[in-house]
Design a protein around this ligand. Structure first.
Ligand SMILES: Cc1ncc(COP(=O)(O)O)c(C=O)c1O
Length: 395
């Protein structure tokens, strides 16, 4: 068949290929990017679904507005206001996962050949999605404090990108948190260079000990002009359930209008049943308790993983312990003649009975082959300890 030219820019995710190997019995997997299904508040979601069908069955089962189910938009706006962002319901649209918000941004903003700056490394699906629209991706370097803003400014000045895509809080895969100072700088750069900044924030609520700095969205009020150049994507996937497919996007009115138009041609609207269920769940006030529970579990697992990596891999790896989210991003040092290649280690690790994702696919360009990502989210602490031992044996 003669497929569209745009498919020439993308290939199947290397991670999905790796997942095919995970069927091996007894394997401990640090490879996923999923929340732990054992932590889903099944009772709460069952009650919310039942309440949605009882209180407003017509709305929950009928076609709905493309912008989203209004009671949910109200709840999501209140959720963000509680975190310091001044958001009204009409300033956001509900999307089918935040993944759709990223797709709508690609559709509305990116023409073939447009330059887009992303972090190196960044979320793989964003790389693929933006490439599908023909973006030429440019990677900005990161460290433990997120994107390096001096380098980012130099890249923006040189390339004048259509947009800058960042995951400022507990990034995937980096686990990094952009410092407050750099957040302010990013917003200033948006204004200085009149560049759209996309803040992708599915992990910000999953902090361990203390809340991260305010989102770019919350800070944008303090940097005049920046709110008009900011799109913010949120999601219930990592805090409540990815199967609901409820995400959202806050953006300037003109961009929101175009994205809504594109969504009409895409899926008409996000499942009204899922939206009504989510609205009931949030209105019942259950999210804070759910968040407290998942934060505590992920914090313990993250701590266990970092301790085990230090104890068993020693100076063979370097990493910055994450302050939240689902991932530890590590780099092989190659000391003592041990491997410094994440792809090689991933293959050897499977033989030892442990899986993780090498870092290479997370780079839009200039990959650092020594990197890899391990997720502690779905593995109990005993298995984490055992899995890291197997990883050490694979070195
Ligand atoms: C950085 C980032 N953005 C967006 C998504 C998409 O999430 P969802 O579509 O489930 O909201 C993910 C999921 O892994 C992610 O890691």
């Amino acid at each position: 068949m003669q497929f569209a030219d745009r498919l020439n820019n993308v290939e199947t995710s290397a991670i999905r290929e790796l997942f095919k190997l995970l069927g091996k019995p007894g394997i401990i997997s640090f490879a996923g990017g999923f929340p732990d299904a054992a932590l889903f508040d099944v009772d709460g979601i069952r009650e919310a679904a039942s309440a949605a069908l009882t209180s407003d069955p017509g709305a929950a089962l009928q076609y709905g507005a493309t912008e989203g189910y209004n009671p949910l938009r109200e709840q999501l706006a209140a959720f963000m206001r509680a975190k310091g962002a001044s958001v009204a319901a009409e300033q956001l649209i509900v999307t089918t996962g935040s993944q759709q918000a990223l797709d709508l941004l690609g559709k509305t903003m990116i023409s073939p050949g447009d330059k887009v700056i992303v972090e190196g490394p960044t979320f793989l699906a964003t790389i693929q999605c933006f490439r599908l629209y023909g973006a030429e991706l440019i990677s900005a370097p990161i460290d433990g404090d997120g994107v390096q803003t001096d380098a980012l400014e130099a890249l923006i000045a040189e390339h004048r990108p259509k947009l800058v895509y960042l995951i400022p809080t507990f990034g995937n895969p980096s686990g990094a948190t952009l410092s407050l100072e750099r957040r302010q700088k990013v917003l200033e750069l948006a204004v200085k260079y009149n560049t759209l900044v996309v803040e992708d924030d599915p992990y910000g609520d999953l902090y361990f000990d203390q809340a991260p700095p305010p989102s770019l969205l919350a800070l944008s009020d303090s940097v005049p002009g920046s709110r008009e150049l900011l799109a913010h994507c949120g999601s219930l996937s990592k805090v409540l359930s990815p199967g609901l497919r409820v995400g959202w996007m806050v953006a300037p009115p003109e961009l929101l209008g175009k994205a809504t138009m594109c969504k009409q041609f895409s899926d008409a609207h996000t499942s009204t049943f899922a939206q009504a269920t989510a609205a009931q769940y949030l209105a019942a006030g259950r999210l804070p308790a759910t968040l407290a529970k998942v934060r505590a579990v992920y914090a313990e697992r993250a701590h266990t993983m970092c301790q085990a990596l230090r104890a068993d891999l020693g100076d063979a790896v370097t990493f910055v312990p994450p302050q939240g989210g689902l991932f530890v991003w590590a780099r092989l040092s190659g000391v003592g003649g041990k491997t410094a290649n994440g792809n090689d280690l991933a293959k050897r690790a499977i033989e030892q009975g442990v899986a993780f994702v090498p870092g290479t696919p997370f780079y839009a360009n200039q990959p650092d082959h020594a990197t890899f990502r391990v997720s502690f989210a779905t593995v109990g602490t005993d298995k984490i300890v055992e899995g890291v031992k197997r990883l050490a044996a694979a070195l």
